[in-house]
Design a protein. Structure first.
Length: 558
C-alpha cells in the first residue's frame, strides 16, 4: 500500500487498534474495510471513511478490503462501481488483491440463514410490509409478534427454498430473525434479513431473486473476510447489537467488532446521496461531477487534489461528537497544497482596455516573471509588454473610495513585472461604463532594472498584452447553498444559491495556458487557483474552473 500522508494524530479508534495489537487480539492482525453501496458517487464525507480505514491498515501494517455492498440491484450500476474504484485510487489508496463484493458471500448468507431457521432463530413471515410496520411498535410501545412467528422450522425452510426458487411475488414473504419484539432497540424487533426482489443483479444475473438485507449481509461479509475492525459512522451505533447477534448466532469463521465515529458534516453542503441525486435528476446541477457538488468527482473536476483532501481528513480528526465543519477548513487545505505546487500564470478575468499613450507603436518588450516565487529552480517565463494592454476592470476606479490603491485618474500604479504607469484619462460608453483607460508609462521604472524601485507606489496590478494573449472561458464558483446548514432547512430548494456559477467567456490569459492540461494546478496571480475543466475543454481551447480563491480573497466571485 502507498504512503500518501504522514501518520495522523491519534484518535479513539487508532487507540483501540493499538491496544488490540498490544494484547495480541485478533492474532496480531489488523483488517479494515471500506464498503460503499454502488448506488451513487462518493462525496467528501466518504473521503473521511476512506482515509480512516485505509490509513489504519497502512499505519498498522494491516490490510483494507475494498468491498461493495451490492445487496440492492434495483439501485445499483456498474457506472458507480467504476467511479468508486477510480476515486479511491485517485485519493492515493490501493486495496491490492482485496477487492470483494457482498454478492461474493450470497451463498454463505443463504446457508447461514437456513441454519438460523433450523435452529428456531429465524422464520418466514407472510405479513404485508404495512402489517409488519404496524406490528413493530414504537419507541415507547413494544411490538407484537407476527402470527407467523411460531411457524415450524420445516415450514419456514420449505418456504425459504421456494422463495429462492422464484415461486413468490415481491413482498409476498420475508425472512425475519426471531429476537425480541419488546426490545427497546427497534433494530432487534425481529428484523427482516431476506426479501424477494425479482431484479437481475449486475454481477450474478438471474441467479438470485431473494437478496439479504444490509445489516445481515454486512456482518456475514465482515466475518467471512476476517475483518478485525468494522468501522462505521454513528448512525449504525444502534445497529451494532444486531451486528453482534448475527455474528454470535451463526457459524462464521471469525469474530469482527464494530466501532462507530461521527460522520462528516460540512457547512453550505448536503451529504445525503438521495438529495444529491435529486440535484442531478432535477437539473439543478449538470451532473454528479458538477464542480459545485461535494462529490469527489465534482471536487476533482473543480481542481481539488487528493493531497488536499487527505490533509483535510487529517485536520478534522475522528471522534464520536457530531460537529459541523466549516467549509473554509477544506478550502484552506487546498490552498496549502496548491500554494506549493501550482504554476503561476496571469489571467485577466474581467478585462478593460489600457492604452499606454506614450509607448512606441509596434514595440514589444519581454518582461520576466517567475513560474513560482518560492521555487526559483522552476525558472521564469516572459510576458510580452506592448502599447495596448488589458487590466482587471476592478483595478480601475474613476471615483476612488478611501483605501483604494490601484489605478485612478491622475494616480500611479505598478504593472506587475513591468513599469509604473500614471493614469491620464479614461473613456466611457453611453451607459457610463469605462471602455478604455489611458496612461503614460515611466521609462526608468521597469521591474528588475537598476533604480526601478526608487519611485514608490502603493498599488501593483496584473495585465496582459492584447496582441500577445488569448481569449478563454473561466468559470467562477460560489457555494451551492446560501444557508450554512441546508440539511436543517425544511426545503433545501429554497436556499439554493442562484449565483453559484458565473461563466466568463471573454477572459484573457497568457498564450501558454492554451496548452494547459487537466490535472495541472495553476494559480492565476491575484485571482486564485484554477484547473482545466475535464469535461468541457477541447484541445487548444481549455475551460478553466476556479478551485478556490487566494487566502485574502472573498468567497464571492470577482
Amino acid at each position: 500500500m502507498s504512503n500518501p500522508t504522514p501518520i495522523p494524530a491519534a484518535n479513539f479508534i487508532r487507540n483501540i487498534v493499538a491496544e488490540d495489537l498490544a494484547q495480541a487480539k485478533n492474532g496480531d492482525r489488523v483488517a479494515t474495510r471500506f464498503p460503499p453501496e454502488p448506488n451513487g458517487y462518493l462525496h467528501i464525507g466518504h473521503a473521511k471513511s476512506i482515509c480512516l480505514n485505509f490509513g489504519i491498515a497502512r499505519d498498522f501494517n494491516g490490510v483494507c478490503h475494498m468491498r461493495f455492498d451490492d445487496t440492492n440491484p434495483a439501485k445499483e450500476d456498474t457506472e458507480y462501481v467504476d467511479s468508486i474504484l477510480d476515486t479511491v485510487q485517485w485519493l492515493g489508496f490501493d486495496w491490492g488483491n482485496h477487492l470483494y463484493y457482498a454478492s461474493d458471500h450470497f451463498e454463505k448468507c443463504y446457508a447461514y440463514a437456513e441454519q438460523l431457521i433450523k435452529a428456531g432463530k429465524a422464520y418466514v413471515d407472510s405479513l404485508s410490509a404495512e402489517d409488519i410496520r404496524s406490528h413493530r411498535g414504537t419507541l415507547t410501545e413494544p411490538g407484537k409478534n407476527s402470527p407467523f412467528r411460531e411457524r415450524s422450522s420445516a415450514e419456514s425452510t420449505d418456504l425459504f427454498h421456494r422463495m429462492r426458487a422464484g415461486e413468490f411475488a415481491d413482498g409476498q414473504h420475508v425472512l425475519r430473525l426471531k429476537i425480541d419484539m419488546a426490545s427497546p432497540n427497534m433494530n432487534l424487533r425481529d428484523p427482516a434479513i431476506y426479501r424477494i426482489r425479482h431484479v437481475p443483479h449486475w454481477r450474478t444475473g438471474n441467479t438470485w431473486c431473494i437478496y439479504p438485507m444490509y445489516d445481515y449481509a454486512h456482518a456475514i461479509s465482515d466475518a467471512e473476510e476476517h475483518i478485525t475492525h468494522s468501522i462505521c459512522t454513528l448512525e449504525f451505533e444502534d445497529h451494532r447489537p444486531l451486528y453482534d447477534w448475527v455474528v454470535e448466532n451463526t457459524a462464521v469463521p471469525s469474530r469482527p467488532y464494530q466501532y462507530e465515529f461521527s460522520r462528516l458534516n460540512l457547512t453550505y453542503t448536503l451529504m445525503s446521496k438521495r438529495l444529491l441525486l435529486e440535484l442531478v435528476t432535477q437539473g439543478t446541477v449538470s451532473g454528479w461531477d458538477d464542480p459545485r457538488m461535494p462529490t469527489l468527482v465534482g471536487l476533482r473536476r473543480r481542481g481539488y487534489t487528493p493531497q488536499a483532501i487527505r490533509l483535510f481528513c487529517d485536520r478534522i480528526g475522528v471522534s464520536k461528537a457530531d460537529s459541523l465543519i466549516d467549509v473554509s477548513v477544506l478550502e484552506d487545505c487546498l490552498r496549502t497544497d496548491l500554494n506549493e505546487r501550482a504554476l503561476r500564470r496571469v489571467a485577466v478575468l474581467d478585462p478593460v482596455r489600457l492604452t499606454i499613450d506614450n509607448y512606441p507603436d509596434g514595440k514589444t518588450e519581454e518582461c520576466e516573471a517567475p513560474n513560482h516565487p518560492q521555487h526559483p529552480e522552476w525558472g521564469k517565463r516572459t510576458i510580452p509588454f506592448a502599447k495596448e494592454l488589458v487590466i482587471e476592470r476592478e483595478d480601475f476606479m474613476a471615483e476612488p473610495t478611501k483605501g483604494f490603491f490601484r489605478l485612478t485618474p491622475g494616480g500611479e500604479v505598478r504593472l506587475r513585472y513591468a513599469y509604473i504607469i500614471k493614469c491620464t484619462s479614461f473613456e466611457t460608453d453611453a451607459a457610463g461604463q469605462v471602455t478604455v483607460v489611458h496612461a503614460d508609462y515611466l521609462p526608468d521604472t521597469r521591474s528588475g532594472t537598476p533604480g526601478a524601485d526608487a519611485h514608490k507606489v502603493k498599488g501593483n496590478i496584473h495585465w496582459l498584452s492584447v496582441d500577445h494573449s488569448q481569449t478563454a472561458e473561466v468559470r467562477l464558483y460560489d457555494r451551492l447553498f446560501t444557508h450554512a446548514n441546508p440539511a436543517s432547512v425544511e426545503n433545501y430548494q429554497t436556499v439554493l444559491n442562484a449565483n453559484s456559477i458565473e461563466a466568463r467567456k471573454e477572459c484573457r490569459v497568457e498564450s501558454a495556458l492554451l496548452s494547459a492540461q487537466v490535472g495541472e494546478p495553476i494559480q492565476f496571480e491575484r485571482n486564485g487557483y484554477f484547473a482545466v475543466d475535464s469535461r468541457d475543454s477541447n484541445a487548444g481551447q481549455p475551460v478553466f474552473n476556479r478551485a478556490v480563491t487566494l487566502r485574502d480573497s472573498s468567497a464571492k466571485p470577482r
